[in-house]
Design a protein around this ligand. Structure first.
Ligand code: AMP
Length: 277
C-alpha cells in the first residue's frame, strides 16, 4: 500500500492503472467505509482511498475542528484490505492560496441536508470534483447513508461529463441498527444507548409502508411518534421524498420514497434513511 500526499504523486501512481476504484472518505474509518473499499477492490482490482477532512463542507459553527482523526489506525485498516493507494493530502494542497472555483448545485440547498446546512453540498461537490480530477477513477463508491450526497455527486458527474461511474452501496449498521458513522464516536454511553431508536423509528414507518400505507404524512407521523419515545432525540427534519429528485411527496407512488431524517442527540447531529420500495 502506498501512502500519497501530493497531487503530482497521485497522478503518477494513477497513470499505470487501467481500472481504478476510488473511495473518498474523511477518515476515522469504520465498517461502512470498509464495505465500500471491499466492493471497489472486488470490482476494480486496484483501489485508491482518499482521507481528507474537507473544510469547505463544514459551516463555521460545525464540527470541523473536532472531527475525529486517526491516520495511523486508518492506514492499518486499509492495509488489511489490500488497498493500493491512500491519498491523504493536506488542506493547502487541495485549497492553495488563491483558490476560487466552486461547483455549485443551487437546487441541492433547497432540500433536506442542503436546507439544514447551506453551502454544505457546494463543499462536497467541489472536493469530489477535484478528487475525481486528481485520481481519475474508473468507478467511485459512495454510501447510501449519505443519500443526498450520492444524488448530488451523480448530478455533478452527469452535468460536467465526468468520466467516472458512480456506485452507491447500502448502509452498514451496528448490530442494534444504528447506522455506522465517524460521528458516533461523539456519543456518550447514555446517548449511544438511545441512538438505535432512530433506526427503529425508520423501520416502524417502513412496516407501515409495507402494510400498504402510501400517505407520506401518516408515514412521517409514525416515524415521529416512535422517535418521541426518547425525548433526547430532537428531530431537525423528517422527510419522505422522491428518491431521484428529493422533492417532498404527499402520496408515495410507484417510484417509492426516500424516508430520511436528521436528529440532534445532545450536541451530536445524526442522519439516517431507508428507501421505501
Ligand atoms: P465520510 O468519511 O463520512 O465522508 O464517508 C465516506 C463515504 O463512506 C461516503 O460515501 C459515505 O456515504 C460512506 N459511508 C459512511 N457511513 C457509511 C455506512 N454506515 N454505510 C455505508 N457507507 C457509509
Amino acid at each position: 500500500m502506498q501512502l500519497i500526499t501530493t497531487i503530482a504523486a497521485m497522478r503518477t501512481a494513477r497513470a499505470d492503472v487501467a481500472n481504478l476504484g476510488f473511495v473518498p472518505t474523511m477518515g476515522y474509518l469504520h465498517e461502512g467505509h470498509l464495505s465500500l473499499v471491499r466492493r471497489a477492490k472486488a470490482e476494480c482490482g486496484c483501489v485508491a482511498v482518499s482521507i481528507f477532512v474537507n473544510p469547505t463542507q463544514f459551516r463555521p459553527n460545525e464540527d470541523f475542528g473536532r472531527y475525529p482523526r486517526d491516520l495511523e489506525r486508518d492506514l492499518a485498516l486499509l492495509a488489511a484490505e489490500a488497498v493500493d493507494f491512500v491519498f491523504a493530502p493536506d488542506a493547502a494542497a487541495i485549497y492553495p492560496e488563491g483558490f476560487g472555483t466552486y461547483v455549485v448545485l443551487p437546487a441541492a440547498d433547497e432540500f433536506l441536508e442542503g436546507a439544514a446546512r447551506p453551502n454544505h453540498f457546494r463543499g462536497v461537490a467541489t472536493v469530489v470534483c477535484k478528487l475525481f480530477n486528481i485520481v481519475q477513477p474508473t468507478r467511485a463508491y459512495f454510501g447510501q447513508k449519505d443519500a443526498q450526497q450520492s444524488v448530488v455527486v451523480r448530478q455533478m458527474v452527469r452535468d460536467l461529463n465526468v468520466p467516472t461511474e458512480v456506485v452507491v452501496a447500502p448502509t452498514v449498521r451496528e448490530a442494534d441498527g444504528l447506522a455506522m458513522s465517524s460521528r458516533n464516536s461523539y456519543l456518550s454511553p447514555a446517548e449511544r444507548a438511545i441512538a438505535p431508536t432512530i433506526y427503529q423509528a425508520l423501520v416502524a414507518a417502513q412496516a407501515c409502508y409495507q402494510a400498504g400505507e402510501r400517505d407520506a404524512a401518516t408515514l412521517k407521523a409514525t416515524l415521529s411518534a416512535r422517535l418521541a419515545a426518547e425525548p433526547a432525540l430532537q428531530p431537525e427534519y423528517i422527510s419522505a421524498a422522491d428518491p431521484l429528485t428529493l422533492h417532498e411527496l404527499t402520496t408515495i407512488g410507484p417510484q417509492g420514497a426516500l424516508l430520511s431524517l436528521a436528529v440532534r442527540l445532545g450536541s451530536v447531529r445524526l442522519i439516517d434513511n431507508l428507501l421505501l420500495v
